[in-house]
Ligand binder design. Sequence first.
Ligand SMILES: Nc1ncnc2c1ncn2[C@@H]1O[C@H](COP(=O)(O)OP(=O)(O)OP(=O)(O)O)[C@@H](O)[C@H]1O
Ligand SMILES: [Mg+2]
Length: 379
Amino acid sequence: MSMTIAHMSRRFGATEVLRGIDLTVARGELVALLGPSGSGKTTLLKIIAGLDWPDAGTLEVNGEDWLPKRAQERRIGFVFQHYALFAHMTVAENIAFGLTVLPRATRPSPRQIADKVQELLGFLQIPQLAGRYPAELSGGQRQRVALGRAMAISPQLLLLDEPFGALDAQVRRDLRRWLREVLVQAGTTTVFVTHDQEEAFELADRVVVMGAGRIEQTGSPEEIHDHPASPFVARFLGMTVELPVTLRAGRAEAPGIDASALARVAMADGAATLFLRPSDITPVPDPEGRFTIRTIASTGAMLRLLLTDGAGGTEVEIEIPRRLAPAGLAEGGHVRLRPEAGRLFARTEPLSQSAAGAFATAHDPDAGRQTALSKEFTR
Ligand SMILES: Nc1ncnc2c1ncn2[C@@H]1O[C@H](COP(=O)(O)OP(=O)(O)OP(=O)(O)O)[C@@H](O)[C@H]1O
Ligand SMILES: [Mg+2]
C-alpha cells in the first residue's frame, strides 16, 4: 500500500503535539521516524493505526480516506513501544492471536492458522520456541514473537514503535539487521519509530526527522547525515560543536580555525555558525593555537579531548581515532582546529552568552543526550 498524510494536526488541551504533518510513504518502503522524546512520533503512529484521531488533516491509503475506518478494518500490524505478549499464551498462540479473532467470514481455518504460524516461526528463526511462554524467553526472542504477532495478519502496513527499546546494544544491532532482511523479503511497507539515529540510518530507506510536532527533514540516511537542513537537525544528529564564524566568499573564517577542508557554500557573506561533529575535527598542535587542551581521555579506540577557547574560556569536546592522533598532543598544549566536515547556517540572531565564545552546550538541557547520541554514533 501507499500512504499519504497531509496537513495533519493534533492537540491535547493546549499542547499542539502534531503541527501540520505532510508525509508520503511508498509501497514497500521502510521509513524511519526519528526524533527526540515528545516530538509526536507515537501520536502519529497511533493516528495511522486508528487508535487516535487528528484535529485536522487527512490520511489516505491507496487513495482511500482512512480516517473513518476503525482500527480493525485497517489491517495494520503494530508493535508498541511498551509491547506486551499475552503471558498465558504460548509463542504459537501469541502469533496466531490476530488471526483467531478475525470475524468468522474472513478467519482462516484452524489448519490454515497453524500453517501460517509455522511459516512465521521459521521466517523469524524461532521454530523451537513455539510451545514456550513469554516468561521463558529472552528480550530479543520476545521482540521476534511480537513481530510475528504483528505480521501474522499479513498487514498492509507495519507500524513499529521503538520495538527494540528495552534491549541491549548488541542484541539491538543483531535484531535490526535481521529485521531489515525480513521486511525487505516480505515487501512489507513499514513505518519504524526510534530516537536512535544509528538504528534509523541502518534500517530505513528514508528517514523522517521530527521535532516538536513538525517534520524537520526527510531524506536518505546519507543526505540527512551530511546535510542536516536546520540547526535543530544538526544538533540532534550529533553536531554538538557550534563555532561562530564569518562567511567570506562561501568560506568560513575564524581565528584559530582552518576551514579550508570544507567545500565552499553558496551563502551570503556575514555572520554564520559552523556546526560540527566532535569526530569531524582534527586538532593541529600549534603553540600559538587558540584552544588549550584541558584533558585527554582515551576510550580505547578514540581519544576524547576537552578544549577551552583561550579567548572566551568556553569548552569544546572533540574526538579522534587514537591511531590518527597527531604527535604532540598534550594536556596544557595549544591547538588550532581543522574541521573535516560540517554544516553552516546563517546566524540571524546573536548567539547566547553560553554559545558566544565557542559553543558549549552546557546550558542546554538536551546537551547530555546529544553528546550521548553522538558518541553512540561515532563509536
Ligand atoms: N493522550 C494524551 N494526552 C495528553 N498529552 C499527550 C497524550 N499523548 C501524548 N501526549 C503528549 O504529546 C507529546 C508527544 O507525545 P508522543 O508520545 O507522540 O511523543 P514521542 O515522540 O513518541 O516520544 P517518546 O520518544 O518519548 O516515545 C508529549 O508531550 C506527550 O506528553
Ligand atoms: Mg513514543
